[in-house]
Design a protein around this ligand. Structure first.
Ligand code: SF4
Length: 189
């Protein structure tokens, strides 16, 4: 995997725009950090095939099609719930589409990660996700989970559970497939 450091989300966004070639297909996962780079509008308005879940609105069938399309796009853009000092990326997903696209399918994956996501090790990463990231995200998406009410993880299996899949990404057997952009700002949850 390649790693880069940028002082700001805007600088990371500039790198993404310069790196992703025109004419390719681009998909993305839900990420406030990616949002902060400002690249989504660039791809929506440019010569790209875009898998943009926001375009589906309340149309659940269309949304499912978009998520499935993103599984095989050329470039997949995503955040990360945590990044360990040892270089492992940890992502937890309710539906699993993000974890799936990170693992296999898209030819290239770009992670955008604010410095607030850096933790000591995998135990700290999982703790961070349950105590910080998930609680904030379920509230953002109005999901009905125990943590959205209490602010505490109770290891739930309710229908809206945001922690169905847990993915640790520690290596890529496809050289250069993954680029990790570490950004010197506090971004996302
Ligand atoms: S309560 Fe459920 S959704 Fe909330 S952090 Fe724990 S496992 Fe995830």
């Amino acid at each position: 995997m390649n790693a880069f450091f940028f002082n700001t989300a805007a600088e990371a966004g500039k790198w993404i725009i310069q790196t992703v070639p025109k004419g390719v297909s681009v998909g993305w996962g839900d990420s406030l950090t990616l949002e902060a780079t400002g690249v989504k509008e660039h791809f929506r308005n440019g010569p790209y095939t875009v898998y943009d879940r926001d375009a589906a609105g309340n149309d659940t069938v269309r949304k499912e099609e978009i998520l499935r399309g993103a599984l095989t796009c050329d470039w997949y853009l995503v955040g990360s719930n945590a990044l360990t000092e040892n270089g492992e990326l940890l992502n937890i997903d309710g539906r699993g589409n993000r974890c799936a696209s990170i693992s296999f399918g898209p030819h290239n994956v770009i992670f955008t990660v604010g410095v607030n996501k850096i933790v000591k090790d995998l135990n700290a990463a999982i703790e961070r996700v349950h105590k910080v990231a998930c609680v904030a995200n379920v509230k953002r998406h109005n999901l009905r989970t125990p943590c959205s009410l209490t602010g505490e993880c109770s290891d739930c299996t309710v229908p809206d559970c945001a922690c169905s899949q847990i993915l640790i990404t520690r290596f890529s057997r496809h050289p250069g497939r993954c680029s990790v952009l570490i950004i010197g700002e506090e971004l996302g949850f």
